[in-house]
Every structure is written in structure tokens, then in C-alpha cells.
Design a protein around this ligand. Structure first.
Ligand code: 6PG
Length: 261
């Protein structure tokens, strides 16, 4: 049963290992390193379990990562001729706008599909032209997750972008549904970041992930980095609860100015 329970989300995050932080000279270097690490983890997952599941994210970090991934996948031998058909893509959150709307997060996967990940492996959120409400879209994504998602709900790599207010996915500070637990997918209304209607994975998904990765850069993220690396507090700083079995933050120097001592 889904419940809103901030204490439970904080406790679950607290039970996960602390994030490690890697500081890079530039955002491009942060994204390239995160992409290389992601590609290695996906190749290992495909070899060990026959399938690899990657969660992407919107925003500047997500876009930089998505741009760096095709080359990184090729470098570990995942190509259209070999292995990319075993890689599945999901968005950690998606804006509830039509499929061809420029606000869609999943537009960034174009390069990955061109590189050889089959379109059928890209689990896109239905838009308002396909379903009548954001709740129906969330229900469809939850169904896709049950049918095609990773075993035991454990994604191999989950990328989350870092909002300047320390949000991750579409889980915003002080938003009434952000601390939802007991379900993997929620509809979000009144998002402070436009557009207002979104669908998001919950912290339950992040907490089960084999690897959570944050890629963030720029002075505008300094404060969010400080809050996100502090003790878990889902209401004040959702990013502080973005912890999986292992968590790595790849930051450029400007963003890393916020890393607590
Ligand atoms: O749909 C979205 O907007 C996101 O997925 C969101 O969580 C994003 O990753 C952060 O807001 C960071 O975005 P920026 O790096 O552009 O600030």
C-alpha cells in the first residue's frame, strides 16, 4: 500500500552506505567518467544476468550523460551487433506532455536508440495524447515495470539529476507526495519545476538500486550538493535520500564547493 511516510524514507536512506564523491575538472569530464562507469556496470549485468536495466534522468546532468553514453557503451563492446539488445532504458521521471513535446525527458535517448538500443527496450511514459490523466500514465508505467522491469525491482544503474533546490527525479522538497513509499511509481501534480504534471519513480526504487549516480555541475548546484550530502531528510532535501546499494556523485569543481568537510 502506498503511504506518505517521511520517517520511513529517511530511515531507509540512512540504512544505505554513504555516497562517495568524485570531483572532476569539468562537467564534460564528470559525464564522461559517469558514462564509462555506467557502461561497465551494464556490460557486467548483461553478462551475469542476461539483461541490464538503466534509469536515465532529465536536466543538464542527464543530458550530458546521455550524450556521453553511446561512445562509452561501444568502448565496453556493447554494440548494435552485440549486446545492446539486452539493455533496457527507463526514465526516473518524465513530464506528462505529448511524445513529441520538447519538454519530454526521453528525447535525450535518441542517440542511444541510434547507437543500437532497440526502441522496444525504451520504456516510455504514455503522454496525454494516449491516456486521459497523469494517474493513468503512472499506472501504465507501473505495469510496464512489473512486466519488463528488473528482477526484484533492482535496477543496475539509476541516474538522478540534482535540482538547485536539492530535488531528484520529480521528488521535490516539501511536496506532499515526495515521501511516498510502498509503490515504485507516483503521479506528481503541482511540480514547482515546469511542466506541472509528471510521473516519478519513488525512493523505494532508488533504495533498491545496485548503483545510484548523480552527475551535477555548476555553481548553481553548490547548495544542493551540501544538502544532498547531509543526513537524510526527504522533506528538506530529497537528494539526501537518493542512496542505493552504492552511490556515487560525479561533480565538477564548482558544484563540489558544496561538499561538506
Ligand atoms: O524532469 C526533470 O526536470 C528532471 O529529471 C529533474 O530531476 C532534473 O534532473 C533536475 O531538475 C536537474 O536538472 P538541471 O541539471 O537541469 O538543473
Amino acid at each position: 500500500m502506498p503511504t506518505v511516510d517521511a520517517a520511513a524514507v529517511n530511515a531507509a536512506a540512512d540504512a544505505r552506505p554513504l555516497p562517495s564523491v568524485v570531483v572532476h575538472d569539468s562537467m564534460a569530464e564528470a559525464a564522461a567518467t559517469a558514462a564509462a562507469e555506467t557502461a561497465r556496470l551494464l556490460a557486467d549485468a548483461a553478462a551475469e544476468r542476461g539483461v541490464a536495466h538503466l534509469v536515465l534522468t532529465g536536466g543538464s546532468g542527464g543530458a550530458a550523460l546521455a550524450a556521453a553514453l553511446p561512445a562509452a557503451l561501444a568502448a565496453v563492446g556493447l554494440t548494435s551487433a552485440h549486446g545492446l539488445d539486452r539493455v533496457h532504458l527507463w526514465e526516473g521521471d518524465e513530464r506528462f506532455v505529448p511524445a513529441d513535446h520538447p519538454d519530454r525527458n526521453d528525447l535525450q535517448v535518441t542517440g542511444l536508440v541510434a547507437a543500437g538500443i532497440p526502441e522496444a527496450n525504451m520504456h516510455r511514459l504514455p503522454g496525454p495524447e494516449q491516456v486521459e490523466s497523469v494517474d493513468a500514465a503512472a499506472a501504465a508505467l507501473a505495469e510496464a515495470l512489473r512486466e519488463h522491469g528488473p528482477a526484484n525491482g533492482r535496477f543496475d544503474v539509476v541516474h538522478v539529476g540534482l535540482g538547485p533546490d536539492a530535488h531528484v527525479c520529480s521528488l521535490f522538497p516539501g511536496h506532499p507526495v515526495a515521501p511516498t513509499t510502498g509503490t515504485d511509481v507516483i503521479a506528481v501534480r503541482d511540480s514547482p519545476k515546469p511542466p506541472p504534471e509528471r510521473v516519478s519513480f519513488t525512493f523505494d526504487v532508488l533504495h533498491r538500486a545496485r548503483r545510484v549516480m548523480v552527475v551535477a555541475g555548476g555553481a548553481g548546484k553548490t547548495e544542493a550538493v551540501a544538502k544532498g550530502l547531509a543526513a537524510p531528510d526527504v522533506v528538506a532535501a530529497p537528494a539526501s535520500c537518493a542512496r542505493g546499494e552504492a552511490t556515487v556523485w560525479h561533480l565538477d569543481r564548482a558544484a563540489a564547493a558544496g561538499v561538506p568537510d
